[in-house]
Design a binder for this molecule. Structure first.
Ligand SMILES: NC(=O)c1ccc[n+]([C@@H]2O[C@H](COP(=O)([O-])OP(=O)(O)OC[C@H]3O[C@@H](n4cnc5c(N)ncnc54)[C@H](OP(=O)(O)O)[C@@H]3O)[C@@H](O)[C@H]2O)c1
Length: 301
């Protein structure tokens, strides 16, 4: 079977389509035939060797997102042929999803949304779980006031929609004027490209997707979560009784089921910027590297 692997760290040209042995599912695992995946920033950082300690050994198969059909559900209750989504913590386990078949623990797999294609569904797992788990940590619920920094990005765009579905009031900081319509169309009350307009707005919670560190925006007693691991820790705000974290996404089948419900209810729409076949993985990465994406770069098998 094919797998997109690297045997050295570096640029896009290090990506190779390799022939590798078929995988066998272990105890408690589900074997999935990949139909689509997507590219996330962590894939670039891993390929470049920018993660450092904890990077899986070379050669490695890359990729976190997966949408496909079950080949062997084991004892999971998932049926052969069932459409599923999954997230593999590739950095933690070395088990990448950019391969024709992938075996994953049953509790990191869930039924795919019925209302979208598997290409669209492949854009959901990693960004969606990051959005969901971080919103949970931020205790975002009905009536809470939330600021999302990077609200037009993959994680930010899903966080915006999920927070609105929970009844929160959401404001948005985006990188470019061209993104303002998207965040307003998805329920942002106030949207800006200028972080200096956010000070003293007294948000209950701030969800920071790129290391904006707009700490003046959070109310005393509020919560501030960053997911921008590479930007370092959030400044200490304990003097203002503000809890801070740099959240790390984790495999979470129950979370995937919740995301599937949001999509099938129409509360969350999935955005695909462009789709490439797997043998054009380098071209897919060139599009991803251009930035200013209006959705995810998906890759079909
Ligand atoms: N800790 C975790 O578990 C975890 C999980 C998932 C992702 N992440 C990290 O979180 C970050 C976001 O991931 P993602 O998939 O959402 O990436 P993404 O789709 O590229 O989204 C990032 C968004 O932030 C915007 N942005 C960047 N700099 C900005 C600035 N100075 N002002 C306003 N907006 C700005 C980008 O706009 P443009 O595209 O227009 O520049 C983009 O819309 C990445 O660094 C990723 O590695 C961490």
């Amino acid at each position: 079977m094919r797998a997109i692997r690297i045997d050295r760290f570096g640029g896009i040209d290090t990506l190779r389509v390799d022939e590798v042995p078929e995988v066998e599912p272990g105890d408690g695992e589900v074997l999935i035939r990949a139909i689509a995946t997507s590219i996330n920033p962590v894939d670039d950082k891993t390929r470049e060797g920018a993660i450092g300690e904890g990077t899986p050994p070379l050669p490695m198969t890359l990729g976190w997102d997966l949408a496909g059909v079950v080949i062997d559900g084991g004892a999971s209750g998932l049926r052969t042929g069932q459409r599923v989504i999954a997230m593999s913590h590739q950095l933690g386990t070395g088990r990448g999803t950019w391969a024709d078949s992938v075996a994953l623990p049953a509790d990191s797999v869930a039924p795919a949304p019925a209302s979208v294609s598997l290409v669209e569904a492949a854009t959901l797992p990693l960004p969606g779980l990051t959005a969901l788990q971080t919103l949970d940590w931020l205790a975002v619920s009905a009536g809470k006031r939330l600021l999302i920094a990077g609200a037009a990005g993959a994680v930010g765009g899903l966080a915006l929609q999920i927070a609105r579905a929970r009844g929160a009031r959401v404001d948005a900081l985006v990188s470019r004027e061209v993104h303002l319509d998207f965040v307003r169309d998805h329920g942002a009350e106030f949207a800006t490209t200028d972080p200096t307009t956010l000070a003293d707005r007294g948000y209950d919670a701030v969800f920071d997707t790129f290391g904006a560190f707009v700490t003046d925006a959070v109310a005393d007693g509020g919560r501030y979560a960053s997911i921008a691991t590479q930007a370092g820790p959030v400044p200490d705000l304990s003097a203002r009784n503000v809890r801070t974290t740099v959240n790390q996404v984790r495999e979470d089948g129950a979370g995937l089921r919740e995301l599937t419900r949001y999509v099938d209810q129409g509360a969350v729409t999935l955005r695909v910027d462009s789709t490439f076949w797997i043998h054009r993985m380098r071209a897919a990465h060139e599009r991803f590297a251009q930035g200013g994406l209006k959705g995810k770069v998906a890759v079909a098998f």
